[in-house]
Design a protein around this ligand. Sequence first.
Ligand SMILES: Cc1cc2nc3c(=O)[nH]c(=O)nc-3n(C[C@H](O)[C@H](O)[C@H](O)COP(=O)(O)OP(=O)(O)OC[C@H]3O[C@@H](n4cnc5c(N)ncnc54)[C@H](O)[C@@H]3O)c2cc1C
Length: 458
Amino acid sequence: MSTSTTQRLPKVAGRVIGPDDAEYDKARATFYGGTDRRPAAIVRVADAPDVSRVITFARESGMELAVRSGGHSGAGHSVSDGGIVLDLKDMKALEIDVERRTAWAETGLTAAEYTIAADAHGLATGFGDTGSVGIGGITLGGGVGYLVRKHGLTIDDLLAADVVTADGELLRVDAETHPDLFWAIRGGGGNFGVATRFRYRLHDVGTIVGGMLMLPATAEAIQSFIALSEAAPEELSTIANVMPAPPMPFVPADQHGKLVIFGMLCYAGGVEAGERAVAPFRTIATPIVDMVKPGRYPEMYPPEDESYHPIGTGRTMFIDSVDQSVADTIVEHLGATDAMVRVAQLRVLGGAMARVPVEATAFAHRRSRIMVNCAALYERADQEAVYGPWVSGFAAALKQGDEGAYVNFLTDEGPERVRAAYPGSTWDRLAAIKRRYDPTNLFRLNQNIPPASSASQP
Ligand SMILES: Cc1cc2nc3c(=O)[nH]c(=O)nc-3n(C[C@H](O)[C@H](O)[C@H](O)COP(=O)(O)OP(=O)(O)OC[C@H]3O[C@@H](n4cnc5c(N)ncnc54)[C@H](O)[C@@H]3O)c2cc1C
């Protein structure tokens, strides 16, 4: 059956990898480990016509289709069991227009690849905190990273996209052409088609003041870190990872396993002002490690170990504030499990991201103040039964009333949580657009928005 799928596939300019190929296991692997899904074929597409051919084949054969850019889906959506994987990783063309401050980027690029190339011109577009994440997935879900307060979400810099829809047609999508689709792909994920290229706005970034600051994580320190992040100029975006100190070479051995704030700071707006903005964070407590310094923006993405495939689970949410009792809850919960890695990640939002009207894009959490991700990593997939409930309990204990969720950090949590990513009228609007562009729900291996039924159409 599997071999016949590779034979039945239409001829492509790219490559087809089947179960009998030597690279099959490497090609089906995703960032997260712990799953063993065996696709019938992986198609490494070379161009938009290839994408169209694969989509048409999947539609006509009825086979499940996984669409993959960087392979970092936390819900296991980047690989199908028995279906086809449309893998964009060989599509990495990047055209930078320095004068206009724009770039056309193919969606097989990773955040780090794009960022390093743009930095050669002193320019940047904001993605997330990890260089190996694909620009495909992060952009379509929103994109919250080191420039979020200064320049907004990744989608706030998205000017246009080339998208192949379920009928195999390649569409240029922007504010004037197919504006409904342009609205939907800015937050609605991979529900509407396969994006082959994005056109982004670039910003002058160049030298930043940034890096990692590790502090002992008392409840007071956590509170201060968040209060300082909220009060900081918008040029500064921070991420506080509250977790046991990892046994990394730059962490003193006597600190390994102790609860710390693994803080990431990034100031984009001049070195002197940046030094002034980060200085108060150093007074929260005596830093255990201080790597915050002037550097080029791509240094926020250190090299990664390609053989690292963590197994874990997480819950994402938004909260309004971190007071003493919230900080106490964080410290208590992180002390109440023996998960190999356990973390509460806190990201203060606001700034440019919050100035975009809520209804302007399909990412509807513009007014949320702080994003929190609770996560546990463990050794074997079956330990989900032990650590999953801890993660859920931790998230429940932190809840403050905001029912929203950020789609890109959802794991495989069921339809209600996908709805939480698209509150109010956002959901209805997305479902109606889905019905127009993907009425049979071909693109369903994702945080799925089923097409609106005809009865619910205006
Ligand atoms: C270590 C790590 C760090 C992260 N940090 C951040 C962060 O700081 N900020 C943030 O916002 N997010 C972050 N994320 C979440 C990340 O944005 C999502 O997991 C995202 O979906 C990954 O994109 P990808 O292309 O690598 O993944 P994939 O698994 O390749 O894609 C995920 C899904 O996106 C869709 N998709 C991807 N590419 C396309 C395309 N070209 N066309 C149509 N659909 C497509 C598909 O539905 C696919 O299932 C992080 C994830 C990880 C694992």
